[in-house]
Each structure stands twice: as structure tokens, then as C-alpha cells.
Design a protein around this ligand. Sequence first.
Ligand SMILES: [Zn+2]
Length: 283
Amino acid sequence: MARCAAEACGRWCPELLVRRGVGTSVDGFWFCSKACVEHMARRRLIEARPVAAGIPTVPPMRLGALLRHHGLCGAEAIEQALQAQRGSQLKLGEQLCAMGAAERQGVLRVLAAQAGVGYLASVDVAGVREGPGGLSPHAVRALGLVPISGVEEGRIRVACPAPVPRRALSALRRLTGWVPEPYLVSDDDWHALVRNYGADVDEDAPGRSPAEFVQTASLSDAAARIAAAATRGRDTTVTEARWEPYTWVRVQGGGMVEDVLLARATDTGSNEEVPCQAATTSH
Ligand SMILES: [Zn+2]
């Protein structure tokens, strides 16, 4: 006999019927119905713990001080840039470049060294049109990471603007099992990469479609989507990662991959535990 793993259910079912395909197996647990999978999905969305930010960085020195230290621009230029920033809302590095007071590559190099990651002075925008890594362009936007290579020996190169989104990197690692190698790019290059990622993917070509992707701000909707995806396959796995303001759930099984991205749910319900938001202060 198999027993439904949903807490509130616990229904028994003869093994013979389970083998014939009654119910659904998720992560090795048997569920009698889609409603019970949905119940499980809801609990997991609520209880998902925030991912760790990975290796902590050394206390960051201010960019202006670093640039001065490396002789990349003078104190006066930094003072002017800080003032101009108030009107322009640009990041300090971008502001200095816009004023012609610093070289973009120098700023990138300093920011990358500070974050302990690599940087790319120029990017191959055409190379991401095929959507390396097979993520949805929506997932790429939410993560703030653009895969710029295929997966090689479990590693994937990703581009990001400063500051390095460390929690998103941890989430990507947990959800896909890949080890992401981040490279800083300029804000302009970043926007070009995002615009082009996956633009040439033919979703109808066999084996070429990126992961199915749904983004929602409703916990109930997210749970229903997860249950629908999980019950479509026979033996599926569900993996979740939370990094504010997102909870990303990946459902996989039988060659199917579906990503459900829940963005700051408002309908967690008064009788349900409110998702933990205390442990999310940024590094
Ligand atoms: Zn059940």
C-alpha cells in the first residue's frame, strides 16, 4: 500500500494501482491527487528558506577610493561625479564614464577585483541569441544573470552587472545543479545581453525549447502551476530556491522542465505561516 504524502490527506492506495499510474510521484513521495500535490507545493512555497549568498566578500572599499588608489581617476572628478549622481541616478562608475573621467574597462576591472570575479570588457551579444543554458528570457531578467556559454563539465559562464547578485547565483546553482562562473559587464552590455538572450530560439524545434516558464505574484496560482506540471509527468522532482523578492521552483521529469517564479506573494493567507523575510538582509 502507498500512502498519500500530503499531511491533511494520508489516503491509502494499493501498490498495484500506484504502478498503473494512479496518483503522482514527486521526489519519491506518492500523492493521491493533484489537489494533494498542490497542497504540498503551497507549503513548500511558504517554507522555502532563502539561499545563502555564497562566499562572503571582503568588506567593500568604496569604489571612488579604489579608483583613486589604482590611479584611474582623481579626487576632484569623483567629487564632481558624486554631485552629478544626485541628478542622474547613475551608479558612480557609470557616472564617471559618462563624464569621461574614467575608462569603462578600468571601472569594470576594479569592481570585478573587489567582488572577486572576472569581467568582460566586451561581450558577444550574438552568442546569446541561441539562449545558452536553455533558460527562459524571463528567468534571466529575474535572476539578473545571462548565461553566455553552454554548460561545460557542470559549469556555466554568466554575465551580470555590478553588484554581483550573489543570492541569484546561489539560486541558479541550486535549481540547475550547474556551477555558475560570474563575469561583470558594463550596464550597457548587460542591457544588450538581456535584449538578445534567446531571441533566435525556435521554441517549436524538437529539443530546442527553453524551460517552460510562468511568473506569478499569487501563491495559489504558483502552487496550482507546480501541481499541474508535477502531475503531467510520472516521477517528477520539485526544487525550490528563494531569494528576495522571488521564490523559484523547478519541476522536472521525463524530459520536461517547468520553472515557476513566484514574485512576492500577497495571498499567503492569514492562517498560513508568513514566509520568513527576516533573514534576507543583503551582504
Ligand atoms: Zn492525498
